[in-house]
Design a protein around this ligand. Structure first.
Ligand SMILES: NC(=O)c1ccc[n+]([C@@H]2O[C@H](COP(=O)([O-])OP(=O)(O)OC[C@H]3O[C@@H](n4cnc5c(N)ncnc54)[C@H](O)[C@@H]3O)[C@@H](O)[C@H]2O)c1
Length: 351
């Protein structure tokens, strides 16, 4: 029998966990029935605020519950793969925030489990849902840019470390710094626009020039701060990525850097007939009266722009999955290769 309503358990009530709750609560077919949070006060406050009936401190409690259909994971990075795997094994559908894991092998196990169990698994690549990306994707597919042969993917913050001393800045809990945190978004969005996820070679470098000096702090996140812990992740990275087709991507990410603007975030596509950027949403190409830079009006989105609403719509059979597990795994492989390349000083070959 076809399901018409779904019960959701959200795990983690930090900055993005609250968004997970609000987002699912928008859909008439979704009910957030449980919340899991290790910080008792944060958990109580969120459960009360969002009127969630059950609160737990251990995620295994919700996995035991037969009435929970979906587990939505908003935890520190090192818990993504193990909790997702356990949830899939318990037969739950999984909305997993990015990065998918802290290493590609663990990510691959999660993807395989979802396939085996025939559960919906989607990674939180919300940038793909933005009107700019959805519009540009349609223009690429219509051939407006001609052959897209190269792309620049940038997310560069001037002062946006998600709080020095939080789990984000400790390798043990985050796996990596800005490359995993915001590179995961802008690389995913760029590969999606290019319509190709398989990379053959990656050359990368990482730097930590601000965080270790206590500079470049931002305001994101709710987790505890331990100023005694070392900042042992990167706050800037660059990478040159070769795709299987021979096309290329230049990726740059920073949590902290000296630059004129506080935040530069977007993809630039280089096509044979036109170029385009996502932010601002513009197309550049020759016109009858010289070279033109055109603002593009957003086209109607193909899927619901809210990823949680979309997730439920997929389960209801109303929309096709917009982010596929294999694509997120490919992104994870490239991000991992950046770290390996930076550590060895060599190009990393991928199959
Ligand atoms: N998709 C996006 O746009 C986006 C944006 C921000 C963050 N994120 C991702 O979401 C995840 C969470 O980020 P955040 O900014 O919300 O972090 P956060 O530190 O604000 O929240 C994490 C929460 O998890 C709780 N927690 C830790 N261990 C737990 C456990 N074992 N069981 C239950 N709760 C536990 C913490 O107490 C905290 O409240 C990260 O992986 C981050 O990369 C995604």
């Amino acid at each position: 029998m076809k399901r018409t309503t779904f019960n959701v358990a959200v795990i983690g009530a930090g900055a993005i966990g609250r968004y997970h709750i609000e987002s699912f609560q928008q859909h008439p077919a979704a009910r957030v029935v449980a919340l899991v949070e290790t910080n008792a006060e944060r958990g109580r406050e969120a459960a009360e605020h969002y009127d969630i009936p059950d609160l737990f401190a251990d995620y295994r409690e919700v996995l035991k519950r037969a009435d929970v259909d979906i587990v939505s994971i908003a935890l520190p990075n090192y818990l993504h793969a193990p909790v997702a795997l356990a949830a899939l094994k318990a037969g739950k559908h999984v909305m997993l925030d990015k990065p998918m894991a802290t290493d590609a092998r663990a990510a691959a196990r999660v993807v395989a489990e979802a396939k085996r169990r025939r559960r919906l698994l989607m990674v939180g690549q919300n940038q793909r849902f933005t009107p700019a990306v959805q519009t540009l994707k349609q223009l690429v597919e219509r051939g407006v840019l001609g052959e897209v042969y190269h792309a620049k993917a940038q997310w560069l913050r001037r002062s946006g470390i998600p709080r020095i001393g939080s789990w984000f800045t400790q390798k043990e809990f985050a796996g990596g710094g800005c490359t995993y945190d915001i590179g995961a978004h802008v690389l995913d969005q760029t590969l999606y626009l290019m319509g190709e996820f398989a990379a053959t070679a990656v050359s990368g470098q990482t730097y930590a020039k601000f965080g270790p000096r206590g500079r470049g702090d931002g305001a994101w996140g709710q987790s505890e701060i331990d100023p005694g812990r070392p900042f042992d992740v990167e706050d800037l990275s660059v990478a040159f990525i070769r795709l299987r087709s021979g096309r290329t991507v230049l990726l740059e990410t920073s949590w902290a850097a000296h630059q004129p603007k506080p935040d530069v975030n977007g993809t630039q596509l280089f096509g044979t007939e036109a170029g385009a950027t996502t932010n601002p949403l513009q197309l550049f190409r020759p016109g009858r009266r010289g070279y033109r830079v055109e603002k593009i009006r957003p086209l109607p989105p193909r899927v619901n722009p809210d990823r949680m609403v979309h997730f439920i719509n997929v389960l209801l059979g109303r929309e096709e999955p917009h982010v596929r597990p294999e694509e997120s795994l490919a992104v994870q492989r490239i991000l991992d290769a950046i770290y390996r390349s930076a550590a060895t000083g060599r190009e990393v070959r991928l199959r």
